[in-house]
Design a binder for this molecule. Sequence first.
Ligand SMILES: Nc1ncnc2c1ncn2[C@@H]1O[C@H](COP(=O)(O)OP(=O)(O)O)[C@@H](O)[C@H]1O
Ligand SMILES: [Mg+2]
Length: 253
Amino acid sequence: MEGTGTDRWLIETERLGKEYRLGDVPLLALCDVSVRIAPGEFVAVMGASGSGKSTFMNLLGCLDSPSAGLCRLAGRDVSHLDADELAGVRNRLVGFVFQGFNLLPRTPAVENVELPLVYAGVPARERRSRALARLAEVGLADRAWHQPSQLSGGQQQRVAIARALVNDPLLILADEPTGALDSRTSVEVMALFQAFNARGITVVLVTHESDIAAFARRTLRFRDGRLIDDRPVAAPRVAAEVLAGWRPAEVAA
Ligand SMILES: Nc1ncnc2c1ncn2[C@@H]1O[C@H](COP(=O)(O)OP(=O)(O)O)[C@@H](O)[C@H]1O
Ligand SMILES: [Mg+2]
């Protein structure tokens, strides 16, 4: 019956497909993807470049609409919404983190973190206090007034994570969030995702690195736009433990 998945699944896709058109040539970027993700899961999306990972994430995050099948987010079919409706669902439910951080340049960290609250119409004073609290949670309380260019890559990504969380989303979608970071900084970012996941936020993270996917509790693998594998991670790595055991030689590397 309609709605049976409403509470049980945060994300539910049925034969989801996406076709891009390059002139007259159709390109099937995603085909027949049926998957269910429960609230609180931590899922890594893997696959070679061009396999459809970002296309899949963009559909889950209401950045784009499918050309076939359907996608439900928190029980609502988001497959056929117009641009304004998509933006509304996105702003309420989803926080995004990207490989390139996507921060506004020449803009202090705290103002970057406030942005989703500006769109949501939250009053200025409350925006500021919520943004500062999120920056503190990612360990950047003392960097609130730094501009992106004054921060390291890892710090910039933490600002982006604070921004993704400032609206209290149900879902974090992260597309290659460690792709531009060194290995230790990558594990620090994974520690943040694991901490927020432990508080109940669902995390779906694209990576082509298996040692990063090993921090998740489930992996989906795409090839040529199709979901070819879906399995639990037997013993997920614990980022906080990896950091605690990090040897100085590895820090220097
Ligand atoms: N906006 C677009 N227009 C046309 N083709 C696209 C577009 N975005 C992605 N593609 C194509 O769709 C396929 C899947 O791309 P993508 O989802 O970005 O893969 P991945 O993130 O796994 O590298 C690729 O062949 C890519 O070239
Ligand atoms: Mg991609």
